[in-house]
Design a protein around this ligand. Structure first.
Ligand SMILES: *Cc1c(COP(=O)(O)O)cnc(C)c1O
Length: 940
């Protein structure tokens, strides 16, 4: 039987031999010996369980799943039961056309997911009553923290005080407090239920929960007015389902709304992943963190979608970026938006009424039975008082299969949702010891807060009510896009490798999907066992002593790791250490994260070979010695090279009292061959959505765990609920285990590859990159290489000389690659004017050759532009990508034939990928910012 490793790794033994011949090595081991500096090389065999087959791994995961108990969840607290419509589950969550796509930086091949994200933005902006919403945040708690920093940037007051209403979700408060401290923000938690009198004299922002964590629905307008009076901005964490019935944050005057879209069809997944959201009133849109989809136009003037404003904002603004968010939650945002498309405004309203009427009946029954229920006005959650009996009530319900929320010894909260049915209410009454209730109950929403404004009026939210229509809409959109299911995505630094079906399957099993993050430990044994073995295996792979999977993206891992360093220094009384050295080649998130961790960024230069300049490093260390907190380096570097100076770099920083953060996004070049925890680093984040096979989802979800050496382990991220606080660390995500729902993917990958398979994958990835470098080197100079002229797992092609000579830009090449049926490599990162190619181990030799052939053919086209055969402003590069409409038009006046436009060298006439739009004018979209669905007439 074929090993899984042979399915995961593209080139077979024969291809491998041919590639080795081209690169000039006899075996992969010889190649790796030559490429990897001996100072970092680790020669052991990873201590992992032996590789299991796909069938065995499914059986093991089934056994783990069976150790989770799927109770009915009435816990609420920010996570609710929801029915993922099957048509959406199968055709989005489980469809590689959606989940294997990349972040839509190349908008011409991403119109499908961009439309879905624009629907998401329109949905959020309509429901919140605010003008502009972004295309997703990592979760509700981090969205609320971003709302706080946005308020800080926008408020004119000098006060450092951020007021948080006491009726806020506990995990949101924990993350807000964690984010505030390093930035010098003082969080003041106050009970505002009695109104503005409780507000302090000066504060820059106010956070309100709507409805509150207790379930209470309060009219916040007087608080909003008082905050504005004080020069503060107001952020409202609002439940989108409740907003179908309640006046929107925008209508009560809020400046910002933040929250989650989880209950719009996204399973709870033991905490995530879910799409958070953030929306702002007019005037704040240019300060909005995260990604924003906008409408622009293509070369023919047709409307087309693209990422607006902050495209790659961290890469441009670095330490001045508004936040460090890079990978967000695109796949989950698509699911939530499709839930709204499928149900429409009426459907959403009726789901909200369903939740509300059940809560109202529940409360009436409790009251009838003599249990006092806290607030008069609520949406879906009621808090009941049972002095001294709360534990017993919760236990009684749990034993009958229903989970309730223990507020304290005297109070129990119960949340209703889309999945609540009458039988659940009976169980709750029984648990409280009150009789079955059959009387009438009336709505418990305050009439002056009733929503009167329309929402989701755009036709897209009305046209897909039948399953046939929905199926076709999903298919139509995904057909517009290029994802890994069509061909290679050679994006440097992104590791677009296989996301195997066996890895993906378990995530939609109810035993993983339908678990509330606050479910009792006795119901989550399977999950906790899976997480603990994953953490152990990742520690073994990286050489660290402890791992936390809490951070839900690489950027969040960076923040968590830097906060661990900060906590460590402070625990030793080193309060002054706040300088973070970052090489000029670093990924943009590094600098943004350092600022969020309260550090000052000092840039270290790179030398002509692209390595960290050790002379400049000495100078910077000397200049900041007593204040040195850390250095953040990527290894192998973002230049795609194994730097030999890494060990001495670590030693120099340690000697000066600093800590070493190794950005592990490039771990695909190290697994099985070197361990950051053993070659000098103190902490790293990994990107499980790169090296460990979680699909990119069109720009998320991700998981960015951190590994630390023992001295930093007390500072690993803490539990956002503060339970069993065995860590001094700060919570960086709403849920203790972050995006737990997708952890079966890396678990399955590690389990099926085993030590030998993982090392083989690394060797195959390095071989593929070197093969591409060798094939393309004479056509495009490879900018940097290390030992023996070898690259690591990616290579940078330098187009600057060609651009200078011919005017053909990296952009032109990237767009022309679309005509050839490829996604472009990474453009202008880390060096402007270059392309960075990372083929990964999963592409077979035929696909690698198809890519190299396309690049060589494009090089010949560039020659024709340079020699004047084709005019500089009218050639296949300048006009790329070519659409079917363009080449089949009745007129053709270009300097080259239609066949060259549509079917250049090597492109088959069968199954060609056609970009649906021509090249998109980015600047136009930024000048004329439109971030919600345009009216259908715009497309006529
Ligand atoms: C991808 C990447 C990151 C950021 O990871 P996200 O998951 O997108 O936040 C950081 N550093 C490097 C080198 C990367 O390639």
């Amino acid at each position: 039987m074929t090993d899984f490793a042979d399915r995961h790794i593209g080139p077979d033994r024969e291809s491998e031999r041919r590639m080795l011949d081209s690169v000039g090595y006899g075996t992969v081991d010889e190649l790796m010996d030559a490429a990897i500096p001996e100072v970092i090389r680790w020669h052991g065999t990873l201590d992992l369980p032996p590789a299991a087959s796909e069938a065995e791994v499914i059986a093991e995961l089934r056994a783990l799943a069976d150790r989770n108990t799927v109770n009915v969840s009435m816990i609420g607290n920010g996570y609710y039961g929801t029915h993922t419509p099957a048509v959406i589950r199968r055709n989005v969550l489980e469809s590689p056309a959606w989940y294997t796509a990349y972040t839509p930086y190349q908008p011409e091949i991403s119109q499908g997911r961009l439309e879905a994200l624009l629907n998401f933005q329109t949905m959020v902006s309509d429901l919140t009553g605010l003008t502009t919403a972004n295309a997703s945040m990592l979760d509700e708690a981090t969205a609320a923290a971003e709302a706080m920093t946005l308020a800080r940037r926008a408020s004119k007051t000098k006060s450092p005080v951020y007021v948080v209403d006491a009726d806020t979700l506990p995990q949101t408060l924990a993350v807000i407090e964690g984010r505030a401290e390093p930035l010098g923000i003082t969080v003041l938690v106050t009970d505002l239920s009695a109104g503005p009198a409780a507000l302090p004299a000066e504060f820059f922002g106010l956070h309100l929960q709507y409805p509150g964590a207790s379930g209470a629905v309060r009219d916040h307008s007087s608080l909003v007015a008082a905050a504005h009076e004080a020069g503060a901005l107001v952020a409202v964490a609002a439940d989108l389902l409740a907003l179908t019935l309640l006046r929107s944050p925008g209508e009560i005057g809020a400046d910002i709304a933040a929250g989650t879209t989880q209950r719009f069809g996204v399973p709870m997944g033991f905490g995530g992943p879910h799409a958070g959201y953030l929306a702002v009133r007019a005037g704040l849109e240019r300060m909005l963190p995260g990604r924003l989809v906008g409408v622009s136009r293509d070369a023919d003037g047709a409307p087309a979608y693209r990422l607006a404003l902050q495209t790659r904002e961290q890469h441009i603004r670095r330490e001045k970026a508004t936040s460090n968010i890079c990978t967000a939650q695109v796949l989950l945002a698509v699911i939530a938006s499709m839930y709204a498309v499928y149900h429409g405004p009426d459907g959403l309203r009726s789901i909200a009424r369903h939740a509300h009427s059940h809560a109202a009946r529940l409360a009436a029954g409790l009251r009838a039975g003599g249990v006092s229920v806290a607030d008069e006005a609520f949406f879906d959650t009621v808090t009941a008082s049972v002095p001294g009996r709360a534990f017993d009530v919760v236990a009684a319900a749990a034993s009958r299969g229903v989970n309730l929320r223990l507020v304290d010894a005297d109070r129990v909260a119960i949340a209703c949702d889309e999945t609540t049915v009458a039988a659940h209410l009976s169980i709750v009454w029984e648990a409280f010891g009150v009789p079955e209730f059959s009387g009438a109950s009336s709505a418990a929403l305050p009439s002056d807060l009733a929503r009167t404004s329309d929402f989701l009026t755009h036709p897209v939210f009305h046209e897909h009510r039948s399953e046939t229509a929905m199926l076709r809409y999903l298919r139509r959109l995904s057909d517009l896009d290029y994802a890994l299911d069509r061909g290679m995505i050679p994006l440097g630094s992104c590791t677009m490798k296989l996301n195997a079906t066996t890895e993906m399957e378990p995530i939609s099993w109810p035993e993983f999907a339908n678990i509330h993050p606050h479910a009792p430990a006795s119901q989550t044994a399977g999950y906790r066992s899976l997480i603990s073995s994953l953490e152990t295996w990742l520690a073994e792979v990286t050489g660290y002593d402890a791992v936390s999977v809490q951070p839900n993206a690489g950027s969040q891992g960076e923040l968590a790791g830097l906060l661990a360093i900060r906590g460590y220094h402070r625990s030793r009384g080193d309060l002054e250490r706040d300088v973070c050295l970052i090489p000029s080649s670093a990924h943009g998130t590094n600098a943004a994260s350092a600022v969020m961790a309260g550090m000052r960024v000092v840039v270290v230069a790179c030398d002509d070979e692209g390595n960290v300049d050790l002379v400049d490093l000495d100078a910077k260390i000397a200049a900041h010695a007593s204040r040195l907190a850390a250095i953040m380096v990527t290894y192998p570097s973002t230049h795609g090279v194994y730097e030999t100076g890494i060990a001495s770099l670590c030693a120099k920083v340690h000697d000066a009292g600093g800590q070493v953060y190794v950005d592990g996004a490039n771990l695909n070049a190290l697994v099985g061959f070197a361990k950051p925890g053993k070659f000098g680093a103190d902490v790293s984040h990994l990107n499980l959505h790169k090296t460990f096979c979680i699909p990119h989802g069109g720009g998320g979800p991700g998981v960015g765990p951190i590994g630390v050496r023992a001295h930093l382990s007390p500072f690993l991220p803490g539990d956002p609920l503060g339970a069993g606080a065995d860590s001094a660390g700060v919570a960086v995500s709403a849920a203790q285990h972050g995006s737990a729902g997708i952890l079966p993917i890396p678990w399955a990958y590690l389990r099926m590859m085993g030590a030998e398979g993982l090392a083989r994958a690394t060797g195959a990835a390095v071989l593929a990159a070197n093969y591409v470098a060798v094939r393309l080197r004479e056509h495009y100079p490879v900018l940097y290489s290390g030992n023996k002229g070898l690259v690591a797992h990616e290579c940078i092609l330098d187009l600057r000389p060609l651009t200078k000579a011919t005017g053909v830009s990296v952009d032109d090449v990237a767009k022309r690659l679309i005509d050839y049926g490829f996604h472009a490599p990474t453009m202008s990162f880390p060096v402007a004017g270059t392309l960075m190619v990372e083929p990964t181990e999963s592409e077979d030799l035929a696909e690698l050759d198809r890519f190299c052939d396309a690049m060589i053919a494009i090089r010949e086209e560039i020659t024709k532009v340079g020699s004047g055969t084709w005019p500089r402003d009218d050639n296949p590069l300048a006009n790329a990508p070519h659409t079917a409409a363009m080449v089949s038009g009745d007129e053709w006046s270009h300097a080259y034939p239609r066949s060259v436009a549509a079917y250049p060298f090597g492109v088959s006439r069968v199954g060609k990928y056609w970009s649906p739009v021509r090249r998109i004018d980015g600047a136009f979209g930024d000048r004329n910012l439109v971030c919600a669905c345009p009216p259908p007439e715009a497309f006529e």
